[in-house]
Design a protein around this ligand. Sequence first.
Ligand code: ADP
Length: 423
Amino acid sequence: MAELSLRKVKKVYDNTVVAVQAFDLEIADKEFIVLVGPSGCGKSTTLRMVAGLEDITDGEIYIGGRKVNSVPPKDRDIAMVFQNYALYPHMTVYDNIAYGLKLRKFPKRVIDQKVREAAEILDITELLKRKPKALSGGQRQRVAIGRAIVREPQVFLMDEPLSNLDAKLRNQMRSEILKLRQKVNTTFIYVTHDQTEAMTLGDRIVIMKEGFVQQVGTPQEVFHHPANLFVAGFIGSPQMNTFDARLTRTGDRYSVEVGGAAVALSPEKCRRLAAAGAESQEVVLGIRPEHITLTGGPGSVPAEVDVSEMMGSAVHIHVRACGREAVIVVPVSEEAAERGEDTLAAGTAVGFTFRGSAVHVFDRETGINLEFPPAAPAEEPPEEPQAEPELPPPPEAPAAAAEEVPLEAPFPVRDLGDPFAED
Ligand code: ADP
């Protein structure tokens, strides 16, 4: 367990590709941080810089108060679980988990105790004598996690550990990781492109886009107060609906007008908008599908049904309203389901409304949530990316090589070298 500090961390590959920009984050001891964003946004690069598998172009990384910029991976006291975990196919589960400890020349008795404890935590004790090919995908992933647990690392890094599993297993392993987190008392950084994983696992979530951090916050904060349209669209499923609307300020009260309907914002929303100095203007209005109510009454926004998707406990009704497509989530009551009245036919004219507490208003130009005070002007970036010839050569990244090796491949053990192990 340790606190981490990333200060203005930047990564430029080959002097040209800027993968991560001025990444600033203080991570508390035992915190579970999730880095999330679309493919290519710089999540893995950030994690690999913490691990020491990529050198840092600019900035500083501290683990437990110690600057680690040029500390090799094996001396950082971290463990990493990759998406394509590679287990040694000819070794039993026991030996796979014990391998790193054997390399570090731990006494046999200690190794045995640690392996059995890890197996207990992961509920794989009865599998210890099996070879990897006799395991399911989820069981293999647990073994890979077991290998990392026995190190008792200060920081546990996980790079898309569940993305190779099918949807059902992924859900199951997600709750396993939640349980693991309670049993293994350490600091976690977890990378995923899946917003559900991020929301369910993270104490705080870091949402990234094109190398830039978009927002850092608890799952509640990023869901209820997304910093901008990107975060609003990325977090939450189905995605937040957006409409062109007008925000009107009267003193410290606000209302929005959309599709002929006017809705007064809640006192809490008004307080935030007033504190941020938002004035009357044309905005992008965001409303989550589950915060919209179908109603045909006066003052509702007219819409036309495109298609109804029955999801079981709810129906997702896709509509066209104000020239945009929108989704409305309608819970299905047992009675409506029995009467067969749980979906709406295409072309049906409907209306909807929403509460003033569920409204998000974004700047039309910048996409920034108007509840947030305008950002201070950014510092001028240096003109050219700085090469750092004096940095030590990047550590070999055998893990990357290992990622491409299929489990069953007859490869020599040395190919799978562990970047965190002592030689
Ligand atoms: P993510 O994990 O979010 O999918 P990555 O951190 O892997 O994103 O990549 C961020 C950016 O850096 C991407 O544009 C990717 O193409 C680029 N990149 C990653 N690794 C390398 C590399 N070894 N050499 C050059 N560019 C790279």
